[in-house]
Design a protein around this ligand. Structure first.
Ligand code: BG6
Ligand code: MG
Length: 217
């Protein structure tokens, strides 16, 4: 295992549990357009861009729509999402994330965000986390969404560190695939069953030490 010189964090489902807010908002939209959509699709949807997520849902319903209608539906989903995250505060940062960020700082490890979300900066501001990152790459900066590695490659470039030295933290299958495609080591956050392609899987950051992390890789 190469020495880790930087960490790239996904946002939704890694730093805060907004993966569930995205899912609920998509369920609301699917319901409104009459497409049956439930838990079984949750894992596949994680990490996909807003448009890719909509296409995934339309495909389930065998629905083909023009781009104007798709734009309107994406706006509706985003309005649902913004309503659901309306009350988040720094208290909602997932357990252990802040302590782990402190460990990274003390070790001189650079930190970037690599998220598909166009709402990422707004969420980080609400969580008071903007100062924790040396570089931010989100849905506004990329042309190809996970499982394409673009988001992580741009993050590594912004930090000036080669992918093999940048450890990615991801809760989504598409994000693990993206990291692997870009040549990044990756730790899955969640269950081994869903994230088996990661180099290692942990339930979360709570209690994670630097030595504990190295032992995983
Ligand atoms: C990802 C989430 O981080 O961002 C996806 O895992 C979401 O569920 C995607 O669809 C795009 O988010 P947004 O905020 O741009 O609609
Ligand atoms: Mg995620």
């Amino acid at each position: 295992m190469k020495k880790i010189r930087a960490c790239i964090f996904d946002l939704d489902g890694v730093i805060i549990d907004t993966a569930s807010h995205h899912f609920i908002a998509w369920c609301q939209l699917a319901d409104e357009i009459g497409i049956p959509f439930a838990d079984e699709h949750n894992e596949a949807l994680k990490g996909l861009s807003r448009l890719d997520s909509l296409e995934y849902i339309l495909n389930i319903g065998g629905m083909v729509l023009d781009s104007e209608t798709k734009l309107r539906l994406m706006e509706t989903k985003n309005a649902h999402y913004l309503k659901l995250v309306g009350n988040i505060t720094p208290m909602d940062v997932l357990p252990g994330v802040m302590d782990f960020m402190e460990i990274l700082k003390s070790k001189g490890i650079k930190v970037a965000l690599g998220s598909s979300s166009k709402n990422a900066e707004m969420i980080l501001r609400r969580l008071n986390l903007m100062d924790q990152f040396d570089a931010l790459v989100d849905g506004n900066h990329i042309t190809l969404s996970k499982p394409d590695p673009e988001v992580f490659i741009l993050g590594a470039k912004a930090l000036g560190i080669e992918p093999e030295y940048c450890l990615v933290f991801e809760d989504a299958q598409s994000g693990i695939d993206a990291a692997k495609a870009g040549g990044f080591p990756v730790i899955g956050i969640g269950s081994l069953a869903a994230l088996s392609k990661a180099d290692a899987v942990i339930a979360g950051f709570d209690g994670l030490t630097w030595d504990g992390l190295k032992a995983l890789l």
